[in-house]
Design a protein around this ligand. Structure first.
Ligand code: PNW
Length: 475
């Protein structure tokens, strides 16, 4: 996309945030009565994460949260999205809350509010208490009921001081990477379970939203963050367009169908009929899932390019979801994934800001009037601390500039985007990739755990303070 010539400026109320998640940053996995989540178990299982990396210490945010909030304030951020560790608050996934766990989040929120930073709480960012997985995990309906109870506990504890709530982060990853390809915890590879898991995640969202609203002031906002894929066809051949429909249903429609429209797409039910009869959808579930939302969170990194498998004879199957012999996509053997042309980040993900614009415009049409937030967007690069003690990451600045300009363009085109959360505040445990992939705006030295803002953090802070994007070349 060509550099805009006039300054790219944002509404004065636009939120300039950064995002993290509990297991990726907190560490302190055995403190305060916390018990293992599926990610503790998975990361300690040989062969599941790069280098056997795990979140035992992570970036020690549990002990350093005060300094981390001070750093955010220094940079000029106006919002911060973090997640609550379920097993810190309700160690077995059931029963009474642990006060020490809730107190940690209360202190964190107070610190943020004191610095004028608006907190956004994600209730579930993939770290299911292990006991609930032992009882069957997301393919079981019971897990959704337990989530509602947990949502109520956290809502009661923080609802007076946190206005922005997100039930689930990227349920697609929980269902399809956790129970399909197995590259995420709990590492199961059961195609039919992915759809059961997806439905129970949807139900958890609906029940959780209701539970939150029953205990919180009405001014608070309840949302969900979807990693809605932008799925593009390799050609206009009808078979390739059918492949787009199938993947779009499995990536997006399976969640936004019931959440926004109160129904699963008919094309999805039909395409998956050989795997399941969907009898786990009970009477009343769709009404429960179809709760009015106050906002929608969109996480975007890269678009997907697909064709019919028959149109890709020696078809590349790389779908950017980590390596596994098991596809995350159930009932989609007739679809091939292709590498989108263009420059890529360290994740191998193609850089394409137009995808973010398209995504925002799609949901502007799909859910007219619903405020949107970009709840994640960012890039991994092989950052290094220079001899001068600085980290220069012009590629990340270019990535952020391109994507923020795309957000601005969407606003001009009529979208109601209220804020942007950069992924991530600081380098952290990048799931199956371990600590090797650095997404942070702040560099973390994994020996000393010292934090150093990268040049992108300073660039982003300037944007946050002025509401105008500084030139991308300003490193
Ligand atoms: C998201 N995929 O993860 C998560 O919400 C973050 O916790 C994570 O660190 C970040 O993006 C960067 O990866 C994703 O395979 C993981 O499509 C995998 C996929 C998408 C998002």
């Amino acid at each position: 996309m060509p550099e805009p010539e006039t300054p790219v400026s944002f509404p004065s109320t636009f939120l300039w945030g950064a995002a993290t998640s509990a297991y990726q940053i907190e560490g302190a996995v055995r403190e305060g009565g916390r018990t293992p989540s599926i990610w503790d178990t998975f990361s300690h299982t040989p062969g599941k994460t790069a280098g056997g990396d795990h979140g035992d210490i992570a970036v020690d945010h549990y002990h350093r949260y005060r300094d981390d909030v001070a750093l955010m304030a220094e940079l000029g951020l106006t919002a911060y999205r973090f997640s609550v560790s379920w097993s810190r608050v309700q160690p077995t996934g059931r029963g009474p809350a642990v006060q020490v766990g809730l107190d940690f989040y209360r202190r964190l929120v107070d610190e943020l509010l004191e610095k004028g930073i608006k907190p956004a709480v994600t209730l579930y960012h993939w770290d299911l208490p292990q006991e609930l997985e032992d009882a069957g995990g997301w393919p079981e309906r019971e897990t959704a009921l337990r989530f509602a109870e947990y949502a109520q506990i956290v809502g009661e504890a923080l609802g007076d001081r946190v206005e922005q709530w997100i039930t689930l982060n990227e349920p697609w990853c929980s269902a399809f990477l956790g129970y399909g390809s197995g590259v995420h915890a709990p590492g199961r590879t059961e195609p039919a379970s992915t759809l059961r898991a997806a439905h129970h995640l949807n139900l958890a969202h609906g029940l959780g939203a209701k539970a939150l609203r029953s205990v919180m002031p009405a001014r608070n906002s309840v949302a969900v963050s979807l990693n809605s894929s932008v799925v593009r066809p390799l050609s206009q051949d009808p078979a390739d367009l059918a492949a787009v429909q199938k993947i779009d249903d499995l990536a997006n429609g399976v969640f936004h169908g019931p959440m926004l429209h109160g129904a699963y797409p008919a094309t999805l039910l039909e395409a998956t009929s050989s795997l399941t009869d969907w009898s786990f959808v009970q009477d009343g579930d769709l009404e429960t899932i179809h709760q009015p939302l106050d906002a929608l969170g969109l996480n975007y990194y890269t678009p997907a390019l697909v064709s019919a498998a028959s149109n890709a004879p020696d078809g590349p199957r790389a779908d950017g979801h980590g390596s596994s012999e098991h596809s995350p996509w159930p009932a989609a053997d007739d679809v091939a994934f292709h590498q989108t042309p263009g420059e890529r980040t360290e994740m191998g993900w193609t850089i394409d800001p137009s995808g973010l614009h398209d995504l925002i415009m799609r949901y502007t049409r799909e859910a007219p009037g619903l405020p949107l937030y970009v709840t994640e967007n960012g890039a991994a690069y092989d950052d290094k601390l220079d001899a001068d003690g600085r980290v220069h990451d012009p590629e990340r600045i270019a990535y952020l500039h391109g994507h923020l300009a795309a957000v601005r363009r969407a606003i001009t085109d009529g979208a109601d985007v209220r804020g942007y959360y950069l992924w991530s505040l600081m380098d952290n445990f990048e799931w199956a990739y371990g600590y090797g992939k650095r997404f942070g705006a702040v560099y973390v030295d994994y020996t000393t755990l010292a934090r150093t803002p990268k040049s992108s953090a300073l660039w982003y802070g300037r944007a946050a303070r002025t509401g105008v994007l500084p030139p991308a070349a300003q490193d």
